[in-house]
Design a protein around this ligand. Structure first.
Ligand SMILES: CC(C)(COP(=O)(O)OP(=O)(O)OC[C@H]1O[C@@H](n2cnc3c(N)ncnc32)[C@H](O)[C@@H]1OP(=O)(O)O)[C@@H](O)C(=O)NCCC(=O)NCCS
Length: 331
């Protein structure tokens, strides 16, 4: 039976470190408030000139090197982002161009913080069906250019960061290795709870100077509502993946949850009865990098020696949409 194996991981984060203290100079907030509510101490924000495609490229080069594969072996690109470099075309084609892979398909996935898990599910299905053998899957985000860095937008501005993470996926015939299953969900009744309303193609024009002056192009979030759903949906999705494979939390070597907020991660961990050793957290250094959080955390976990052959890994995400999902992998 053909399965999908993760054979390479990579990540890139911008060099510019933005501390909580730096934010206090731009808005009414404090290091104590941010650390207590979110666990974030610093995040990376891009400098002028850095694009999502370029960050995706750097993460991809690292992942391909770890896999020991030339870019020319990639059959398809799947790229997850809610912050494409341009409204269209998607960032996937710009990454494809950077890699010199003209002709292969490039699919952008737009399911926000769950984008990487959705992308993994699509890539896994393509590989298992035999359509493609090697797929580059990337999560990349530039949040810093799209948030309101003033007191008006402080609830969101302090949480988000920029970065990219990539994995190389290939078909394997090895027994008991690779992606065991993926589980995807969405509930559009909550679409407006965390969203960016403008610019909007359903309005004529898509945005006006008045709307810009009001800051209506910035994302808005009902934080408590997001929190409440995240702490139930993520444990549910982990249990769903384990149950589907006849496994339990005791079998898990590592859980990589979407890095939205340290308090959410801690509550998910408690609800699942996992130890600190079983759960990955890097939000203190990067904040929430949306579709990039899971592949960045995965690449760091690999480099820290937290995964060895045969380990059971679960990745779980929740985000705007609402969307959520999980993936179970035998490393
Ligand atoms: C955003 C979040 C940290 C806010 O924490 P909270 O305990 O719910 O706080 P509230 O929204 O009730 O706000 C409490 C107060 O802090 C203020 N506040 C908001 N952001 C602030 C900031 N950055 N610094 C200081 N004060 C802030 C609010 O204005 C509010 O003030 P008020 O009581 O005078 O109105 C929390 O709701 C959360 O983590 N939600 C999930 C967010 C998330 O993960 N989103 C991404 C999902 S993928």
């Amino acid at each position: 039976m053909v399965r999908t194996a993760i054979v390479g991981t990579g990540f890139y984060v911008p060099e510019r470190v933005v501390t909580n203290e730096e934010l206090t100079r731009q808005m009414d907030t404090s290091d104590e408030w941010i650390v207590e509510r979110s666990g974030i101490r610093e995040r990376r924000w891009v400098d002028e000139g850095m694009s999502g495609a370029e960050m995706a490229h750097r993460a991809s080069v690292m992942a391909l090197a770890e896999a020991g594969l030339e870019p020319s072996t990639v059959d398809a690109i799947v790229l997850a982002t809610l912050s494409p470099d341009h409204f269209f075309p998607g960032t996937g084609v710009f990454l494809q161009r950077e890699l010199g892979l003209e002709g292969i398909p490039a699919l952008d996935v737009r399911t926000q913080c769950t984008g990487f898990v959705y992308g993994l599910s699509v890539a896994d299905a393509w590989i298992r069906s035999g359509q493609y053998r090697t797929i580059l899957l990337v999560g990349v985000e530039i949040q810093s250019t799209g948030i309101d860095v003033s007191t008006r937008g402080r609830d969101i501005a302090v949480l988000f960061g920029d970065g990219a993470g990539a994995v190389v996926l290939t078909a394997t015939e090895e027994e008991d290795r690779g992606i065991l299953s993926t589980h995807l969900h969405a509930d559009g009744r909550y679409a407006e709870v965390l969203w960016a309303e403008f610019a909007s193609s359903k309005h004529h024009p898509r945005i006006t100077p008045e709307l810009l002056a009001e800051g209506r192009h910035y994302p808005t979030m009902q934080g408590r509502e997001v929190f409440k759903h995240a702490v139930s949906r993520m444990p549910e999705a982990v249990e769903e993946a384990l149950t589907a494979n006849g496994l339990t939390t005791a079998d898990l070597r590592l859980l990589i949850p979407h890095q939205a907020n340290l308090r959410i991660t801690q509550m998910v961990q408690r609800r699942l009865g996992l130890t600190d050793d079983q759960v990955v957290s890097n939000i203190d250094r990067y904040g929430n990098t949306t579709a990039a959080t899971i592949p960045i955390a995965l690449a760091e976990s690999v480099r820290a020696g937290r995964l060895t052959s045969g380990d059971l890994l679960c990745m779980v995400a929740f985000g705007s949409g609402f969307t959520w999902g999980s993936a179970l992998v035998r490393w």
